[in-house]
Design a protein around this ligand. Structure first.
Ligand SMILES: NC(=O)c1ccc[n+]([C@@H]2O[C@H](COP(=O)([O-])OP(=O)(O)OC[C@H]3O[C@@H](n4cnc5c(N)ncnc54)[C@H](OP(=O)(O)O)[C@@H]3O)[C@@H](O)[C@H]2O)c1
Length: 313
C-alpha cells in the first residue's frame, strides 16, 4: 500500500515542495502508525528546507544536484487516528507528518479531545507548548503585566490566552487589523513599529513586569529591555545572537538555548485539557490539502498570517 508525503526536492522556497507517492511506513516496537487527519504548519517547516540552517551554496537550490535523503522531513505536529486501536490522538513530537500516514513513538500520542476539530487538534501543540514554555521561563504569574511581542502569531495567540488565564494583564503587539481578536482574548493591543515604547508605556501605566519576544526583532528586544528591569523575566523564542549577550532567557534548539523538552512533554496533557474544555482556542487561519502545501508555505512566508495554517490530507 502506498501513501502521499510532501517533501522538498532541494533547498529553496516553496517551489521545491512536491507530493511523492511512497510505501506506507512500518511501525517498530513501541511505535504506532497514524492516519493523519490534520498537520500543523509552522515557520520552522520552511526554515528547515530554506537552507538557513545549512551551510550550502546557491547551486544546492537546483533539485537535480541534491541528495534527497539529506533533505529535511516536514511536519512536526499532527492529529489523526491510531490505525491499531482506532483511537483519535494528537501526535507530538513527530516528524514527517505532512503525509497521509506517519509513524510515531507511542509516547507521542495524547488523546484528542472530542470537542475540538481535527485542524485545531493538529495545530495545538507546537505553538501551545512554545507559549507555555516562554511564560514558564519568564515566570509569568497572577498580577504580572506582561508584554507579548507578536501577539497575533501562532505562538502569540496561545501565549495571550495562557497568560490571561493565569491572571496576568497582557499588552500584545500586532498590526491594527488583528486588534479585535486580541481584545476578544483579553489583551490590550498596541501597534508594533516606530514609537512602540511610548505606546506600551501608555497602555501599561503601572509598568511591565515581564516580556515575551515572539518575533525576534531588534525593536522587540530593545522595548523589552527598556521596560523590564529583571532580565530573567524576558524570554525570547527567536532572533539574533544579541539576545544571549543581553542575559535574557533564550528558548530554542541552537547552542546554549533552552529547548525545554521535559517541560514541553509534561505540559501536553494540560494543553489538550484546556483546549478540550474550551479554555484555549486554536485560531486556524486556513486549511490546505497536501497538494497545496507550497501555497500554505507561501501564505506563511508573508509573515502576516493571523493564526495557524493547517494541512488536511
Ligand atoms: N524557539 C522555539 O521553540 C520556537 C517555537 C515556535 C516558533 N518559533 C519562532 O517564533 C516565530 C513566531 O512563530 P509563529 O508561529 O507565532 O509565527 P507566525 O504565526 O507566522 O507569525 C505571524 C504573525 O507575526 C506578526 N508580525 C509580523 N511582523 C511583526 C513585527 N515586526 N512585530 C510583531 N509582530 C509581527 C504578524 O502580525 P501582522 O499580520 O499583524 O503584521 C502575524 O500575525 C517564528 O520565527 C518561529 O520560527 C520558535
Amino acid at each position: 500500500m502506498s501513501m502521499r508525503i510532501v517533501r522538498p526536492t532541494a533547498y529553496g522556497g516553496p517551489e521545491v515542495l512536491t507530493v511523492a507517492e511512497v510505501p506506507l511506513p512500518e511501525p517498530a516496537t513501541g511505535e504506532a502508525l497514524i492516519r493523519v487527519k490534520a498537520a500543523g504548519v509552522n515557520p520552522i517547516d520552511w526554515k528547515l528546507y530554506s537552507g538557513a540552517f545549512h551551510d550550502i551554496d546557491d547551486e544546492h537550490t537546483d533539485a537535480a544536484g541534491v541528495d534527497a535523503a539529506a533533505l529535511p522531513q516536514l511536519g512536526l505536529e499532527c492529529a489523526g487516528i491510531d490505525t491499531t486501536t482506532g483511537d483519535e490522538v494528537i501526535v507530538y513530537p513527530v516528524t514527517a507528518a505532512y503525509a497521509d500516514y506517519v509513524v510515531a513513538p507511542k509516547s507521542s500520542l495524547i488523546p484528542k479531545p472530542s470537542s475540538i476539530s481535527w485542524a485545531e487538534a493538529g495545530a495545538l501543540m507546537l505553538t501551545g507548548l512554545t507559549a507555555a514554555h516562554a511564560l514558564h521561563a519568564a515566570g509569568v504569574h497572577e498580577g504580572d503585566t506582561v508584554l507579548i511581542h507578536n501577539g497575533s502569531g501562532g505562538v502569540g495567540l496561545m501565549a495571550v490566552q495562557l497568560a490571561t488565564a493565569r491572571g496576568a494583564t497582557v499588552v500584545a503587539t500586532a498590526s491594527e487589523r488583528n486588534f479585535d481578536v486580541l481584545r476578544d482574548l483579553g489583551a490590550t493591543p498596541v501597534a508594533y513599529g516606530p514609537g512602540l515604547l511610548d505606546r506600551v508605556r501608555a497602555a501599561a501605566p503601572g509598568g511591565v513586569t515581564a516580556a515575551l519576544d515572539l518575533i525576534g526583532t531588534e525593536e522587540a528586544l530593545d522595548t523589552s529591555l527598556a521596560l523590564v528591569t529583571d532580565r530573567d523575566r524576558i524570554a525570547s523564542i527567536n532572533g539574533g545572537p544579541r539576545r544571549a549577550k543581553e542575559g535574557i532567557k533564550v528558548l530554542g534548539y541552537g547552542p546554549g538555548e533552552d529547548a525545554g523538552a521535559e517541560f514541553r512533554a509534561a505540559a501536553r496533557h494540560d494543553l489538550a485539557a484546556k483546549a478540550g474544555a474550551g479554555h484555549l482556542r486554536v485560531i486556524v487561519a486556513g486549511t490546505f490539502g497536501l497538494d497545496q502545501a507550497a501555497e500554505a508555505h507561501r501564505a506563511g512566508l508573508t509573515g502576516h498570517t493571523p493564526g495557524k495554517l493547517v494541512l488536511v490530507p
